[in-house]
Design a protein around this ligand. Sequence first.
Ligand code: SAH
Length: 364
Amino acid sequence: MNADSDTAERSSSMRDMRELTLRDMRELTLDEVRQIVVDFGEREFRARQIVQWLYARGVESFDAMLDLPATLRAHLKQNFRIGVPAASVVSRATDGTRKLLIRLADGEEIESVIIPAEGRVTLCMSSQVGCAMACEFCATARMGLHRNLTASEMLGQIFAARSELLPGEEFTNFVFMGMGEPLANYPRLIQTLTIMTAEWGMNISPRRITVSTVGLIPAMERLLAEIPVNLAVSLHATTNELRSRLAPINQRYPLEDLIAACRKLPIKRRNRIMFEYVMLAGVNDSIADARGLLKLLAPLRAKINLIFYNPFDGSNLRTSPRAAVEAFQAILKNGNLTATIRESRGLDIAAACGQLYAEQHRAT
Ligand code: SAH
């Protein structure tokens, strides 16, 4: 490398460093932007123009905000940045599932998955880099928690994924079922959901958003009091003994408390709480388990999603055979519990639940 390019490289990386110390504009609410605009001496209506550029049109630079006065644009450029996570790898599965590996500004990586199925296009989003919940059957858990995602990084997954949509495709559903425990990143999750659902933001109906949790009871209650999204609770077991082994957070929030809390949640009349249940051969897939599940969920308006376990390297667990999953489902249905089977999607690109990340970092 010659001296000139060395210097050029150094100054461009210094620029990047400086950029990173600036506040990320793509996580501000309308009120916060209004304050910035007014403090600068501009009129309030400029705030709406700015959030439209940020969230409705998804622009990546202040220069693109064409209807703003040049002075305001320059001010924003000086003092803020727009976080733009880029998909570094996109892999496509034969079933149409697309997995995006997104590299964040500090080099960490997260995954988002585009899942087209039956007239819907769902985006599966991450909420943390890694996870601290330590569930036995989950590949992300093996990473431990690296850090929380910012609201901008959560929203950035939508913008990055949008650029991978095919002509005519549009997201119909958003699920926080990627890496991380969304309710362990509560304030930033709320900020993200606020911007996603606001009329001045992305204007997505909360009915199209599902937050999946391992069962952090106080945060579940707060979430539904603040934003009426759909809730999915990862259950996986009908006894405290087994659940504490599979999902250790059960020691803090045991089953009886979880069910009692779910009972009190403000779920709309025609809605039901979704429970997720990963089917593990010889662990939680017996007829007795199915009966236990019926009993446990009897006091609730619930539906249950049975998930084929996706094995990964270093795990001793095995997937329940299809026949066992179907027999399990039949018992639930006979007991009047709505039970669906989630077919694994994107298996050939390791985009299925719990496989994210592990694949890329197999060697480490
Ligand atoms: N932390 C949240 C959201 C992320 S996990 C939660 O626990 O709900 C999203 C769903 O994928 C959960 O139901 C989780 O139990 C399931 N899952 C995790 N690892 C899996 C694996 N290896 N195979 C199948 N499903 C898995």
